[in-house]
Design a protein around this ligand. Structure first.
Ligand code: ADP
Ligand code: MG
Length: 832
């Protein structure tokens, strides 16, 4: 049968990849050349420039790690992460490496289907940032996939489980614990449509962390005990690459076998640094494994709970938990996730193979994606009329509506012709009846579809003389099934401004595609006739109010080849961002002053991972901050902080960081993991700091409000007095909602307002002067300071505002560091 929809789904995994095709309503996983349903995401290049992909490459990683690359998906879209293959000196970017895996899967699919494969749905983790999505798209293009649609992995899994559940209304949680990433997604199934309504993920949580724990905690000490020749064996030291890789492979194999057996013996041959081989043997028990897995499972359950909490849902609202990812085959993990107290307490569903379910679901979704016009169908018969149809390829309705327009070979509307749609596979065959085309050549038909298979409707076009005319395409297909309607944006997107502020562009959870415009101001003057960088700003992904707590995923540059007139600093620019359903980004900028729209380049490439020295410094700084906060907590004993501190312990974040830092000395992967775990620690510490500072913050806000009443009574106008309750209300709301960020912002706003009021009344400069005088002891050049203070007193007494302002500025310069903020709450009298 001729294909009209994409039909092919690829799970481009961190550890393993798979490809599946949709046939009717069934999916088939396409086996690779080795006869396997999954292909390891591994690439090797040997001395003779031969490129290996899959199992063969993965096996080489053991004895030849310098010429093999694994887990490159975690580095997609990040700058400076190219792999250099030592023997040939060739370097490949993460996207070029992914392209090799895609090529291999594409060849497997082409062989199985006996057709050229140019289109596919490719899944990406929901936690992927926009730069990683863009890199995936580029990888697909490199692999010869000209048309791709990206789908989030949890949504794919939901498609595999729920495609034919068109009558079900339910809420599911997809729990995906793979080799390198963890995703928890809440899926709502309503009237035959899915949507991912909530999500939490961790790009550095997966089965491989568990493998490393086995290696580091159990295998290395045992190996050194067993063979003195292995003394000094450690992760991250290039001398021991071969032995460490062999241990990691043994650890993973043993871990996988423990999903079936109660104890297993891990065996490996370990090369020492003189290339002598040492036999290694270890009896691994489930109890060992479970102990090591505990913090990782805890972290995953916490992420699930956070995803649910955000939607105000509890475990009771979840109809089932869909288990995805190879690691979910571990019995203890299943028990722990299902557990009422320590897990989610909801029923689990693992009826589909957790290793291939994402590829299957991607194929289901691919069945709903039309191929680009003119693709896929057989070469049209000469003299064919063109039919352009609009209708869902998959939907819950049994009688979907098709709207179409027919043009004759010379491009004219087929006005007054007639058309009939026929489903010959129905028993008896179903016919639409003859429909007469309008003057524009248009018709609307209501189809009748059957469940449980793909329905094919042949188009029968007749011209006014009653002659049958060929059409392209000559058939339509439709399947009754549930698919995702509008995907959700998993992280907020914004731009970073000066002062570490974030200007939000698109909020987390926005439905895609989305388009938003925001006004910004230029910071540099661009002269007339000059080539100009009007705006150059970092694009951020994340929800944190402080810019540096989010990921910088690229830069927007608005440049003009030449501006027609001078654009002064502070000019308005309207930035428009568009994100499509595959999460690909386009940006344009309109400058009202020039009345011109500029093309912008968005280079989405995340910032490179910190080098190990910086990493270690920053980790040490966070640890200090945490230790300091622990001390403060001892005096305060806040129950909330107690829980927050406990979570850091339960998830073993600090221990993880220590290990990753050690490994990062030689292992780029570990450096990236350490970077991401550092981010987790920093956010956790931020939250604790926020919590501990809350009483202080509230106290400050309350005295600010009292000071504001006095100041406005003394200096404000009637309208200032009228406005004050609005400020107060905002502040009280934030206190009630216990939101530190908004509270701080609203206090700042009130402070600014008060400053303006005081300035207008001529009371600001005397107040500032008063405060500066208190600081005289700290000023450099005491003689100059004294002179300025005397002049200031005179200016104040004569009421010379501008003179006093200038003196204040000069006095401020004499202070070490930036001038102190104006303290409005404590010096009310002196301002009066
Ligand atoms: P990814 O999505 O990252 O490509 P997969 O879903 O393919 O990952 O899962 C790979 C992970 O699952 C690896 O860490 C592997 O060790 C683990 N795994 C695979 N099979 C099993 C099993 N039977 N028991 C436990 N873990 C398994
Ligand atoms: Mg996966």
């Amino acid at each position: 049968m001729r294909r009209t929809t994409v039909d092919l789904g690829i799970d481009l995994g961190t550890t393993n990849s798979a490809v599946a095709v949709l046939r009717g309503v069934q999916t088939e996983v396409i086996k690779n050349n080795d006869g396997q349903e999954t292909t390891p995401s591994a690439v090797a290049i040997d001395r003779r420039q031969r490129l290996w992909v899959g199992q063969s490459a993965r096996e080489r990683s053991e004895h030849d790690p310098e010429n093999t690359c694994l887990e490159f998906k975690l580095r997609m879209g990040t700058a400076g992460q190219d792999k250099r293959f030592a023997a040939t000196g060739r370097t490949l970017s993460p996207e070029a490496l992914s392209a090799e895996v895609l090529k291999s899967l594409r060849a497997d699919a082409a062989g199985r289907l006996d057709e050229d494969v140019r289109a596919a749905v490719i899944t990406v983790p929901a936690a992927f940032d926009l730069s990683a999505c863009a890199a995936t798209e580029r990888a697909a293009a490199l692999a010869g996939l000209e048309h791709t649609v990206l789908l989030q992995e949890p949504a794919a899994a939901a498609h595999a489980y729920g495609f034919q559940a068109t009558d079900e209304n339910a809420t599911w949680l997809v729990y995906d614990f793979g080799g390198g990433t963890f995703d928890a997604a809440v899926i709502r199934l309503r009237d035959g449509e899915f949507s991912v309504v909530g999500h939490r993920g961790d790009n550095t949580l997966g089965g491989k962390l568990l493998d490393w724990r086995i290696v580091e905690e159990l295998f290395i000490p045992a190996a050194v005990r067993q063979s003195p020749g292995l003394t000094g064996l450690e992760r991250g030291n290039p001398r021991w690459f071969g032995a460490i890789a062999a241990l990691k492979r043994a650890a993973e194999a043993a871990k996988i076998r423990l999903s079936r057996a109660a104890t297993v013996t891990a065996l490996a041959d370990l090369p020492d640094d003189a290339r002598r081989s040492h036999e290694f043997e270890y009896d691994l028990t489930r109890a060992d494994l479970e102990r090591l897995a505990e913090p990782f499972i805890t972290r995953s359950v916490n992420l699930c709970r956070a995803a649910l909490e955000e939607l105000h849902l509890g475990a009771a609202d979840i109809d089932k938990v869909i288990m995805v990812g190879g690691q979910t085959a571990m019995p203890y993990l299943r028990d722990r996730v299902a557990d009422r107290q320590r897990g989610l307490g909801a029923a689990l569903d693992f009826t589909q193979d957790p290793m291939t379910v994402v590829a299957r679901g991607a194929a289901v979704f691919a069945g709903a994606q039309p191929l680009p016009a003119g693709w896929g169908a057989a070469v049209p018969e000469p003299g064919s009329c063109t039919v352009r149809c609009e209708y869902p390829r998959v939907g819950p309705d049994l009688d979907p509506v098709v709207v179409a327009r027919v043009t004759t070979p010379d491009g004219a509307p087929a006005a007054g012709w007639s058309v009939e749609l026929v489903n010959e596979e129905s028993d008896p065959p179903w016919r639409s009846g003859r429909l007469t085309l309008t003057d524009q050549g248009a018709f609307t038909a209501t189809l009748r579809a059957e469940r449980g298979r793909q329905n094919t409707f042949h188009l029968r076009l007749t011209d006014p003389s009653g002659t049958r005319r060929p059409t392209a395409p000559d058939l339509l297909t439709y399947t009754v099934g549930a698919v995702e309607a509008e995907p959700m944006l998993t992280h907020a997107v914004g731009v970073g401004l000066a002062d570490n502020q974030v200007r939000p562009l698109v909020e987390r959870g926005a439905r895609l595609p989305v388009r938003r415009t925001t006004p910004l101001r230029t910071t540099l003057t661009v002269q007339r006739g000059e080539a100009g960088g009007l705006i150059r700003i970092p694009v951020l992904e994340g929800e944190q109010p402080r810019a540096d707590r989010n990921r910088t995923i690229g830069r927007i540059e608005v440049g003009a080849a030449e501006v027609a007139r001078t654009v002064p600093a502070g000019s308005e620019v309207h930035l428009t961002i568009e994100i499509d359903a595959s999460r690909l980004v386009r940006v344009s900028a309109f400058v009202p002053l020039l009345d011109e729209t500029f093309e912008t380049t968005v280079s989405l490439l995340s910032e490179p991972v910190l080098d190990t020295v910086r990493l270690a410094d920053e980790v040490a700084a966070e640890r200090d901050r945490l230790a300091h906060l622990r001390d403060r907590q001892r005096g305060v004993r806040s129950p909330v902080v107690e829980l927050q501190l406990q979570r850091i312990v339960d998830e073993a974040i600090e221990e993880d960081l220590t290990r990753l830092l050690a490994a990062a000395r030689a292992d780029e992967g570990a450096a990236a993991d350490a970077d991401s775990r550092l981010r987790d620690l920093r956010l956790a510490v931020d939250a604790i700091e926020e919590e501990l500072s809350w009483p202080e913050l509230v106290g400050e806000a309350e005295s600010l409000v009292i000071a504001a009443r006095d100041l406005i009574a003394a200096h404000g106008s009637a309208s200032d007095r009228g406005e004050l309750p609005v400020f107060e209300q905002e502040i009280n709301d934030a206190i009630e909602a216990r939101e530190a960020g908004p509270l701080r912002m609203r206090c700042d706003r009130l402070r600014e307002h008060l400053t303006r009021v005081l300035d207008r009344a001529g009371a600001l400069q005397p107040l500032v002067f008063h405060q500066l005088v208190q600081e005289r002891a700290a000023m450099r050049h005491p003689a100059q300071a004294e002179r300025l203070i005397r002049e200031g007193e005179a200016a104040r007494d004569r009421g010379e505002q501008e003179r006093l302002r200038s003196i204040n500025l000069q006095l401020g310069d004499l202070l070490p560091g930036p001038p102190p903020p104006i303290d409005l709450s404590s010096t009310v009298e002196s301002a009066g």
